[in-house]
Design a protein around this ligand. Structure first.
Ligand code: UT7
Length: 339
């Protein structure tokens, strides 16, 4: 008989120790968007709730710049330095390189001294996917501290004259530090996907063959908005209930509901299905931020904390959904922001 492998460390509770975001400087109004698409401020606001979004600048606001900026602020809010991080996980679909992964460069810039680093691609669900992985890593004792970042430059991947997508998306980044905790600060993850509807949000054409096409049309995001709307409005209420059930929390006991900021109307439908009492604050960051895909959940949390809609330590239900079609979420205790 060979030598034995040492058993796992006892499981630990985990929590969100700090939150930081990067919102690009440049505000882009519906009026500016409508200079390139056949639409109107009135149509965009009534169909989506969006008044404005932010687009990143070419210098100083790359995907990496924004991820590092949000990560630094999350570390500051958590009161730890980068060298304590054992893992950096970046959720993104818009980092312009497939190799090497963005997380390795972020981990280096934050002075982790060689933390494990991986990117997660799960569309708009990416942040909650990454948070589930990070929480389980810390819970199992694989690492003590992990940084989770959601970051996107959607302005790079939406065709400026495509009126089915251009007005919806925006740019930005949000990050949280996950670490061990006396009490449960991050509930169990509920997640999944429906690849049979993968075409509903897709990239077209692929990166390998586009150069061979006669028109060399570069890849853009294509979205069947109505199909995504129906799926989200019918299915995501059920998923929110599963998230609360798995955490053993009554929906009425929540302080905040933080659904993905894809469309204010989708979130209104979900809130009605859940019959949430008015004591539960509902995130509405989409109005000023648009849909920032994997960055949307941490940006929406930051707005709620900054404006006092919820306090650090309050119970929040996170629910992210999008391309895949995939979804993920968990109940959390809301983290502190940097002072
Ligand atoms: O984060 C990833 C997940 N993404 C989402 O969750 C997005 C989900 N989908 C949506 O938010 C909505 O489907 C949209 C906001 C994208 C579109 O709203 P909709 O109510 O589904 O509009 P529609 O596509 O059914 O179009 C309604 C009408 C059509 O005209 P007719 O056929 O009724 O005459 C469209 O041609 O509005 C027209 N239309 C527009 N008009 C002005 C479509 N896009 C536009 C536009 N401006 N940008």
């Amino acid at each position: 008989m060979g030598a034995q492998i040492a058993g796992p460390a006892p499981l630990r509770n985990t929590a969100l120790l700090g939150l930081g975001v990067h919102r690009p400087e440049r505000i882009v109004t519906n009026h500016e968007i409508c200079q390139q698409i056949d639409s109107s401020d009135e149509w965009i606001q009534s169909r989506s709730g969006i008044k404005e979004r932010r687009f990143a600048e070419d210098t100083g606001e790359t995907v990496l710049d924004m991820a590092i900026s949000a990560g630094r602020k999350a570390l500051e809010a958590a009161g730890i330095t980068g060298d304590r991080l054992g893992a950096v996980i970046v959720a993104t679909s818009t980092y312009p390189y497939q190799t090497p992964q963005s997380a390795a460069l972020v981990a280096d810039a934050l002075g982790t001294g060689g933390a494990a680093a991986l990117d997660i691609s799960a569309g708009c669900a990416g942040f909650c996917y990454a948070l589930g992985v990070a929480s389980d890593l810390v819970r199992a004792g694989t690492e003590d501290y992990a940084l989770v970042i959601g970051v996107e430059r959607m302005s790079d991947t939406t065709e400026p004259t495509d009126r089915s997508v251009r007005f919806i998306f925006g740019d930005g980044a949000g990050a949280v530090v996950v670490g061990p905790s006396d009490e449960v600060g991050i509930g169990p993850t509920v997640w999944g996907s429906d690849g049979s509807q993968a075409d509903a949000i897709r990239q077209e054409p692929d990166w390998v063959n586009f150069a061979n096409n006669p028109d060399q049309k570069r890849p853009w995001i294509i979205m069947e908005g109505t199909a995504v709307f129906r799926w989200a409005a019918f299915e995501m209420g059920k998923i929110a209930r599963q998230i609360a059930d798995k955490a053993g929390v009554e929906l009425a006991a929540l302080d905040a509901f933080v659904p993905h900021q894809a469309n204010l109307r989708i979130n209104d439908v979900i809130v009605r299905q859940l019959d949430l009492p008015e004591t539960v604050a509902v995130a509405d960051d989409i109005i000023e931020t648009g849909n920032t895909s994997a960055a949307s959940i941490p940006l929406a949390m930051e707005k709620m904390l900054r404006t006092g809609q919820v306090q650090p330590g309050g119970l929040g239900l996170l629910l992210a959904f999008g391309a895949g079609l995939s979804y993920a979420g968990q109940v959390v205790k809301m983290p502190p922001l940097a002072q």
